[in-house]
Design a protein around this ligand. Structure first.
Ligand SMILES: [Fe+2]
Ligand SMILES: [Fe+2]
Length: 365
């Protein structure tokens, strides 16, 4: 179904259709999802994966799509699929492959994780200051409108559900760490004002850049490696066993946000994309406080209650740092030779590139 065939209700709902398949796993999964729940064969759930669970295309998209059933879902996919046993079996197999690869990558880059509870904050600070190539610095100085739009499209699967994966940790914590997480999330959800919710501000930013405001509408253009950034936090969020990693992930996110978002504000201002600025400015305004709350109360409180989670907290932060390093390297490498960092997308929405000042963008694999 193309965007032009969607009804006004569909567009207003913010829920999008299934993306295009990228290989055998997504092909068989998507064929099943448009049928009735319960009709998926065991063979779909138990099939072998053909590419890298972190940096491939078919496997990350399959996992992303299964996680999406726990968020807003897809148009024409019945809600009953969320807890379908074969869906869960396929998701479990994909998660095992994802975690296996993630552990390998983290160990290769940082060595084995063993950090005492008292050393966790220092380990997080070291990650913050030893960041890889700075995408946001590049954007603030040399970024073009096309780079900004590509960046927005890469981020859209996460920003459309910004804060939601971390919210899953709330019932899994107690005391000070729980209260701190709720305080951070309250800010992410706009202090109770819909128009200030960060996910809403991001949709406003997409629109201001001349892009379709529904985040799911860009899925076909987003590479699997960028979807893995969302899969990472969804996996940590959906499993109580990974609550420590989820808290480490959020803490590093908050610690890095002010600098990153300040650079984006500079870039948007330099390029005259003023309508996109409120999203980035909202983070500059709130994340100084969020960083302090995240470190002192959320991480600190968690490690008082559950000191055995110290390695997991650092693992979650290292996993985020790893994914973001690879993300920055990939985008900067494509842009350095004048190529797009997005996937080829044959059926892009006509609204996607309607901004008059924009150079036509061609999606490259
Ligand atoms: Fe935010
Ligand atoms: Fe924040």
């Amino acid at each position: 179904m193309s965007t032009s065939e969607l009804s006004a209700t569909d567009l207003a709902s913010d829920v999008c259709e299934l993306p295009q398949a990228r290989g055998p796993v997504t092909e068989s999964l998507f064929k099943a999802l448009v049928r009735s729940p319960g009709s998926m064969s065991d063979a779909v759930a138990d099939q072998l994966f053909v590419d890298c669970p972190l940096f491939g295309e078919d496997t990350p998209l399959a996992l992303y799509s299964l996680y999406e059933l726990h968020y807003r879902g897809f148009l024409n996919v019945a809600e009953g699929w969320e807890w379908d046993s074969n869906c869960l079996e396929l998701r479990r197999n994909l998660e095992r492959a994802f975690i296996r690869q993630l552990r390998h990558e983290v160990k290769t880059l940082y060595g084995s994780v063993t950090v005492a509870p008292d050393d966790v904050v220092q380990a997080l600070r070291e990650l913050m200051t030893s960041a890889g190539p700075s995408l946001s610095t590049f954007m603030s100085v040399d970024g073009t409108p096309q780079h900004m739009r590509e960046f927005g499209i890469h981020r859209s699967p996460y920003q459309g559900k910004e804060a939601d994966p971390h919210t899953w940790a709330i019932p899994r914590l107690k005391g000070q760490s729980k209260a701190a997480l709720v305080l951070i999330q309250f800010g992410e959800y706009g202090d109770g004002q819909t128009s200030k919710m960060h996910a809403e501000l991001f949709s406003d930013a997409l629109e201001a850049m001349g892009l379709e405001r529904r985040c799911g509408a860009h899925l076909d253009a987003v590479p699997g490696a960028s979807l893995s950034a969302v899969n990472l936090v969804s996996l940590f969020g959906l499993h109580r066993r990974w609550r420590g990693a989820l808290i480490g992930h959020l803490a590093l996110f908050e610690m890095c946000a002010v600098d990153l978002m300040s650079h984006q504000v500079d870039a948007m201002r330099r390029l005259g994309m003023d309508g996109a600025i409120p999203f980035y400015e909202a983070h500059v305004a709130s994340d100084v406080a969020h960083e302090r709350i995240a470190l002192n109360e959320m991480v600190g409180g968690l490690l008082v209650d559950e000191p055995s989670l110290s390695d997991d907290v650092v693992f979650g932060a290292r996993a985020l740092d790893l994914i973001e390093r690879k993300f920055a390297e990939r985008l900067l490498s494509a842009w350095s030779v004048g190529e797009s960092s997005l996937r080829r997308c044959e059926q892009q929405s006509p609204r996607d590139f309607q901004a008059s000042a924009m150079t036509p963008m061609f999606f490259l694999t």
